[in-house]
Design a binder for this molecule. Structure first.
Ligand SMILES: *Cc1c(COP(=O)(O)O)cnc(C)c1O
Length: 372
């Protein structure tokens, strides 16, 4: 079976986890702090905080910005459900804006229109773009739009560690960058995530929220605000630290595989059977998703591929199609691109263990399936 994704845990990580388990220092401590420093250095940001998962990262970011009931946050239609869920879990409203059909990221023109035409009754507070599948496209545009309109920017960079929009690292452009280390992402710690920021006051607020609002003092502990426990364990941080130095090499392998897909799938594009994603240099290629022609029944394709040893899946959800986020803005009719990507998107195998021969095998089988 050629797997859709395959988490890689280096032997060095397994050894280090053993050491930490034997040491008894299990919760966030020295290892976590080192991982935070290394992440901050890798991304070129002042501060990083590791947290228990990517959803927690988004939650802490929104809470640290004071977002809650009476507020609204713009999210893209095409993403993993956590993006919109977490806005609603703060008591704010998730406002859905459609994505571009080729980058799968928030459409800047529609984003600008949504901001300009905003009429409430909620107060529009933030934009939360997703760098979908590691695509950094438009990050600078989102940053400039947020600035020009006095809105916070929170990057849902869950899949995009290592991606770069020109000279700007994903996770460094906003009030907060939020990452996930779930096994489906390129760097995994089992479960895990991180928050990044260049704003020291926001960092301190987020650190408090992550850890019960608690600080240690010379005389004991003090509780500064209400908070949560979203800490990452030391042994998970050890896994992340052992992978981070390899991340750029892994992304380079993914680019080679993606370029091969793109070149070899051109014949199916010419036949009108599918369209391809745009993979520019700064993309981190967490997922390679094609879009099947509307006449093709995706479920049948997934089943036929699996029967021939190729794992594939849908890419992500359409927030408007889920029908969970009620608001006059959130109708499917305003989000045709996100809905098409939800219906017809097909994620193909993409991970560092794959070879060009594996890509050829995927394409041979996909061609056979689509032409039969
Ligand atoms: C994976 C993902 C999340 C959630 O991350 P978890 O670590 O699974 O909580 C949020 N947003 C996007 C875009 C994701 O891809």
């Amino acid at each position: 079976m050629i797997k859709l994704s395959q988490p890689q845990i280096p032997e060095s990580a397994i050894e280090r986890v053993g050491e930490i388990l034997r040491s008894g220092m299990l919760v966030h401590g020295e290892e976590g702090i080192k991982f935070e420093q290394e992440l901050a250095e890798y991304l070129g940001v002042k501060h990083a905080l590791v947290v228990s998962n990517g959803t927690a990262a988004l939650h802490v970011a929104l809470l640290a910005l004071g977002i809650g009931p009476g507020d609204a946050v713009i999210v893209p239609d095409f993403t993993f459900t956590a993006t919109a869920n977490i806005v609603e879990m703060t008591g704010a409203k998730a406002i859905i804006v459609d994505v571009e059909p080729d980058s799968y990221n928030l459409d800047p023109t529609q984003l600008e229109a949504a901001i300009e035409n905003w009429q409430g009754p909620e107060t529009l507070k933030a934009i939360m773009p997703v760098l979908e599948f590691g695509n950094p496209k438009n990050l600078k545009v989102y940053r400039d739009l947020a600035k020009a309109n006095g809105l916070f920017l929170v990057e849902d960079a869950a899949c995009a560690l290592g991606a770069k929009d020109d000279d700007i690292m994903v996770g460094s452009a906003a009030e907060f960058g939020c990452f996930s280390f779930h096994p489906r992402k390129t760097l995994t710690t089992g479960e895990g995530g991180a928050i990044t920021t260049n704003d020291t006051a926001l960092y301190e607020k987020a650190a408090l929220i992550r850890n019960h609002g608690m600080v240690r003092t010379d005389t004991g502990i003090e509780f500064k605000c209400v908070g949560l426990n979203y800490r990452l364990t030391n042994f998970q941080s050890a896994i992340g630290r052992s992978i981070l130095p390899s991340l750029n090499d892994w992304i380079a392998v993914r680019h080679t595989l993606a370029a091969h897909y793109t070149q070899q799938l051109e014949a199916l594009v010419s036949d009108g059977l599918l369209r391809l994603p745009t993979i520019q240099p700064g993309h981190s290629v967490q997922t390679y998703m094609v879009v099947l022609a509307s006449s093709i029944e995706r479920a049948n394709v997934i089943t036929a591929l699996r029967a021939k040893g190729i794992e594939s899946n849908l890419g992500a959800q359409s927030m408007s199609a889920l029908g969970l986020f009620a608001h006059p803005h959130n109708s499917t009719e305003f989000n045709p691109n996100g809905n098409e990507l939800y219906r017809q998107g097909l994620a193909l195998p993409m991970h560092e263990h794959m070879t060009l021969a594996d890509v050829d095998q995927v394409i041979a089988v996909l061609t056979e399936v689509l032409k039969s």
